[in-house]
Design a protein. Sequence first.
Length: 301
Amino acid sequence: MQLGMIGLGRMGANMARRLHRGAHAVVGFDPSPQAREALAADGIDAVASLEALAARCDTPRVLWMMVPAGAVVDATIAALQPLLSPGDLLVDGGNSHYRDSQRRAQALQADGIDYVDVGTSGGVWGLEEGYCLMAGGEAAAVERLAPVLRSLAPQADRGWARVGPAGAGHYAKMIHNGIEYGMMQAYAEGFAILERRGDLVPDLAGLAELWRHGSVVRSWLLDLSAAALQDNPRLDGIAPWVPDSGEGRWTVAEAIDLDVPAPVITQSLIERLRSREDNAFADRMLSAMRGAFGGHGVKSA
């Protein structure tokens, strides 16, 4: 099956490479000449424009976008629409908000173009390990995409599924990432407590490696933690500043809208925000209040 890949950043390029290894014909496009050259170096066809991509792909076309969520997706779709024909299939494999995916699917349906939103998990390890793929859209459209999903997944019969109608793939990925926030925070806090008692457990990397085998907290995140501690036991050179890409915020907002308590995910998001406060006003305010009502000492900056 032939696939047009739009967006050759690290993840998009690795997906194209995995498909190429699986004997799929892949044509890639990215506005960056360097990204196109890197893909071409692996023997994969790369073109310099969306027009060239649309012309190069067999009809009906299957085009997969791996571009940043938001306005970039809408701009890419707007540029593609004059080039597409009824029966073409457009896939968004990025981290779009599910409501945007529902809107886009409905708008493209009017032109006879299928739209599938695929929540994609696996990050930079997906090239070798495969990706977990959560597809949302019409059943027939997802079935048409199935050969690609089978090649991208860890195994042909697992690691991918149609999880519901349009928007469901990105909704599932949003909640997946919210859960990930909570798991990561729990690991981080646990290892922070252990690090304070180095007299009792001096080898955190060794403990993480021990937990990887048979313990109830084993996971891929623990695998990555063990590797990180092995390479850099003191985590030297890593700033205590944790970004977020949006899905955790969307998960918390969804929980509030649905009246579903989600304290762990919510607090893990707040901790990420807190990590960016080098000189938090709230902490200084707390110190000032303690000094005012109780005469406690206030530490000078």
